[in-house]
Design a binder for this molecule. Structure first.
Ligand SMILES: Cc1cc2nc3c(=O)[nH]c(=O)nc-3n(C[C@H](O)[C@H](O)[C@H](O)COP(=O)(O)OP(=O)(O)OC[C@H]3O[C@@H](n4cnc5c(N)ncnc54)[C@H](O)[C@@H]3O)c2cc1C
Length: 500
C-alpha cells in the first residue's frame, strides 16, 4: 500500500466533462486550494471515451452541453471525437494535466471525524506495468464527478432463449473493435433492441454498411429532427465579434427556446405531441404515414423523457431508403437465428445490439464509510441535489437528464466553490447537511419522481439513490429554469448545513 503524503484540499473523482469542469471552477474560484483528479480509465472524457459504437454523438447541442467558459466552435450536435478534442483543449488551456491521475480506480472512501478527512483507496498499475498496487489519498473534501452509471458494463435484460442464439449479442457500451463498418458488419442482418438516443444514433450510422438493420422497440420514443446547424451561431460567426460573445448569445437563445418548449410540453402536451409527430411524418416522407402512429407516437407525455435530436433526419432517411426498418413488438424468445416476437413474427439476425441502457450506480460503486460505519446513500436526503444528510464534506455533481448535463455541472462548480469559501470564512473544516426541526414532517420522495422523469434506467436504480424532500433546500427538481435562479442564492446559513 502506497500512501501519498500530501493532504489535498479537494479530491475530484472522475475526469469526464464534470470532473474537468470542476477542476477549472476550483482553480478560478478558489485559487489557493490544492487538488487532484483520480480517474479509473486511461484517459479523460468519461462517457465520450467509454462509448465507441459507430456514429456516437451527443444528442443535445454543444452550446449548452459545452462549458459556459469555453466557446463551442462546431456544429450543435457533435461526435465523441469532437467532444474529446474540446475537453483536451480545456485541459491544455488550464494546465490541468499534471494533477489528473489516470488508471486510478477508487475502491473505497472513508471519513474520519477525528482528523476530519477522507481517505480514498485506489488501485493503479505498478510502475513497471506488470501488476497493480493500492494507493491512498487524503483529502478534506470529495467532489464526486463520477457520473451516474457503471462504465464497465451496460445493462442487458435477460430474455428467454438467449443461450441458444448463434449470432453475436453486443452492448453499445462495450462495442468490439472487430465489429467495424468496413468489414465486421458487412452483409450482416442487425437487430438493434431499443428506441432511445443510442439506437437513433447507431442505426443511421450502420445502415448501408450492413445488409439490413431493424430497430426493435417495445414502445416508441419522441424525436425532434432538423438541420445540424444553428442559424444564429452561423450569422454571428460571420461577424467580427469575439467567440465568447457568440457562445453566450447562442446559449441564451437555445435556453430560451428550450424553456419555451418545456413550458409548452406541460401546458399543451397534446399540441406538442402533434407537432413532433408532424416533424417525423415529414421526415419519413410520403407512403410511410401509417408508420408514424405505430412506431413514433409514445405513450408518455413529451418531456417526461429526454427528447433526442435526430440531426438532418438521418434515422428517418435510413428508414425511407429501406436500409433500416422499425418494429414495435415484444420479445417472446431468442431462437438460434434471431428473435421471435409476441405477435408471432420473427426477426432473423446475425448481430443483436442491446441498446437497452445502462446500470445506474451510486457514487462510482465506491464503498463509502463514516467513522468505520458503511454508508448507505439511499438513507440520506439530498441538500439541493448536491450534498447529503450525515455525509460530511462531499458533493456529487448530478447534471440534468433532460437539458444538457453540463448546465448543472457548471452551476455545481459555483455552489461548491462558494461553500468552500464560506467554510474558510467561518473557519470551519467540516460541513454536513442535517434536517432541521421544521423538516420533521417533510415527506421523503425518490431522487427523481416518475412523474418528472421516467426513463427505465432511473426507475430500475432509483431505490439505491439518495432521497429528496418537498421543500427547499431538499428539492432535486431537475429543472434548469428554476435552479438557475435558486442555486446561486442557496442559503448556506439557514440551519440545514452544520459547520464544525
Ligand atoms: C451515449 C451517451 C450519450 C449521451 N449524450 C448526452 C448529451 O448529448 N447531452 C447530455 O447532456 N448528456 C448526455 N449523456 C449523459 C452523459 O453521461 C453526461 O451528460 C455527461 O457526459 C456525464 O459527465 P460526467 O463527467 O458527470 O460523468 P461520466 O461521463 O460518466 O464520467 C465519469 C468518469 O468518472 C470515472 N469514474 C467512475 N467511477 C470511478 C471510480 N470508482 N474510480 C475512478 N474513476 C471513476 C469514469 O471512469 C468516468 O471517466 C449521454 C450519455 C451517454 C451514455
Amino acid at each position: 500500500m502506497t500512501e501519498t503524503s500530501e493532504i489535498l484540499d479537494v479530491l475530484i473523482v472522475g475526469a469526464g466533462i464534470s470532473g474537468i469542469g470542476a477542476a477549472v471552477h476550483l482553480q478560478q474560484q478558489c485559487p489557493g486550494k490544492t487538488w487532484a483528479i483520480l480517474e479509473g480509465q486511461e484517459g479523460f472524457g468519461g462517457t465520450w471515451r467509454t462509448h465507441r459504437y459507430p456514429g456516437i454523438r451527443s444528442d443535445s447541442d454543444l452550446f449548452t452541453f459545452g462549458y459556459r467558459f469555453k466557446p463551442w466552435m462546431g456544429k450543435p450536435i457533435a461526435t465523441a471525437a469532437e467532444i474529446l478534442a474540446y475537453l483536451g483543449e480545456v485541459i491544455d488551456e488550464h494546465r490541468l494535466a499534471p494533477q489528473i491521475h489516470y488508471r486510478h480506480g477508487i475502491q473505497s472512501a472513508a471519513w474520519d471525524s477525528g482528523t476530519r478527512r477522507w481517505t480514498v483507496t485506489a488501485t493503479r498499475p505498478t510502475a513497471g506495468g506488470d501488476g497493480t498496487e493500492t494507493v491512498q489519498y487524503s483529502a478534506r473534501f470529495l467532489w464526486m464527478c463520477q457520473g451516474y452509471y457503471r462504465h464497465s458494463q451496460g445493462y442487458t435484460p435477460s430474455w428467454p432463449g438467449m443461450d441458444q442464439y448463434l449470432g453475436r449479442v453486443v452492448h453499445p457500451q462495450t462495442w468490439p473493435d472487430d465489429l467495424d463498418m468496413a468489414q465486421g458488419l458487412a452483409g450482416k442482418r442487425v437487430v438493434v433492441i431499443g428506441s432511445g438516443a443510442t439506437a437513433a444514433t447507431l442505426i443511421p450510422a450502420i445502415a448501408g454498411h450492413c445488409s439490413h438493420v431493424t430497430m426493435l422497440q417495445r414502445s416508441p420514443t419522441f424525436f425532434i429532427t432538423g438541420r445540424n446547424a444553428n442559424e444564429l451561431a452561423d450569422t454571428l460567426r460571420q461577424l467580427d465579434i469575439p467567440s465568447e460573445w457568440t457562445h453566450e448569445i447562442v446559449r441564451r437563445k437555445v435556453l430560451f427556446d428550450q424553456a419555451t418548449f418545456s413550458r409548452r410540453c406541460k401546458a399543451e402536451p397534446e399540441v406538442v405531441r402533434q407537432e413532433l409527430l408532424a416533424g417525423v411524418r415529414a421526415a419519413l416522407g410520403p407512403g410511410l404515414e401509417a408508420e408514424v402512429d405505430k412506431h413514433f407516437n409514445p405513450r408518455y407525455r413529451p418531456w417526461q423523457q429526454r427528447i433526442a435530436f435526430v440531426p438532418d433526419a438521418d434515422l428517418f432517411k435510413a428508414v425511407r431508403s429501406g436500409q433500416a426498418s422499425v418494429v414495435t413488438d415484444q420479445i417472446e424468445t431468442f431462437t438460434p437465428h434471431g428473435i421471435q416476437l409476441r405477435s408471432g413474427a420473427t426477426l432473423e439476425a446475425d448481430v443483436v445490439v442491446t441498446a437497452t441502457g445502462f446500470h445506474l450506480n451510486v457514487l462510482g460503486d465506491i464503498a463509502f464509510s463514516i467513522d468505520g460505519q458503511p454508508l448507505d446513500f439511499a438513507r440520506t436526503v439530498a441538500w439541493n441535489g448536491a450534498l447529503f444528510t450525515g455525509v460530511p464534506n462531499l458533493a456529487w455533481v448530478f447534471g440534468y437528464l433532460r437539458a444538457s448535463w453540463t448546465l448543472r455541472s457548471d452551476m455545481m462548480g459555483d455552489l461548491v466553490c462558494r461553500l468552500l469559501q464560506h467554510m474558510d470564512a467561518r473557519g470551519a473544516s467540516t460541513v454536513v447537511p442535517a434536517l432541521r426541526p421544521q423538516d420533521d414532517d417533510m415527506p421523503l420522495l425518490p431522487w427523481i419522481t416518475a412523474d418528472n422523469f421516467n426513463a427505465g434506467y432511473v426507475e430500475r436504480g432509483v431505490a439505491l439513490l439518495p432521497q429528496q424532500g418537498d421543500r427547499a433546500p431538499w428539492v432535486h427538481g431537475q429543472d434548469y429554469p428554476s435552479e438557475r435562479l435558486s442555486l446561486p442564492l442557496a442559503d448556506l446559513d439557514d440551519g440545514s448545513l452544520l459547520y464544525l
